[in-house]
Design a protein around this ligand. Structure first.
Ligand code: FES
Length: 128
């Protein structure tokens, strides 16, 4: 199934097969918002802004690598905070109790799309 007209595609579900995550960019210009889609252990698909709840650094050290080795948690490689994939809430590390910023998404067929009521430019500007 192809994305609905006007929908903003973040990735395909199969893009999550290798690492469980896929990075995306929202917005135009030299400093687009960077985010990532993650598939949780229960199969649910979620997306977050790639900015740690601790010191706001990007979480990953390598492309599409956001999970612990067992795939059960999102890991910030800067100071090793761990977050629940389903909620984005930090359960271990220096920002325990804080959460990643969620990017609203929906799954249509094999595509992960930005939620219909979200304007990509406006959303990206919130984090500029
Ligand atoms: S910046 Fe992520 S744990 Fe410190």
């Amino acid at each position: 199934m192809s994305p609905a007209e006007g929908a903003h595609q973040l990735c395909a579900l199969q893009d999550l097969d290798a690492t469980g995550c896929r990075e995306f960019r929202l917005g135009r210009g030299e400093w687009p918002l960077r985010g990532f889609v993650v598939r949780a252990a229960d199969g649910g698909v979620h997306a977050y802004v790639n900015r740690c709840a601790h010191l706001r650094y990007p979480l990953n050290y390598d492309a599409d690598r956001f999970l612990t080795q067992d795939g059960k948690a999102i890991l910030c490689y800067v100071h090793l905070a761990m977050f629940e994939p389903e909620t984005g809430r930090c359960f271990s590390g220096p920002c325990s109790g804080l959460s990643l910023a969620r990017v609203p998404v929906r799954v249509l067929g094999e595509q992960v799309l930005l939620a219909d009521d979200i304007d990509p430019e406006e959303f990206a500007a919130r984090y500029a």
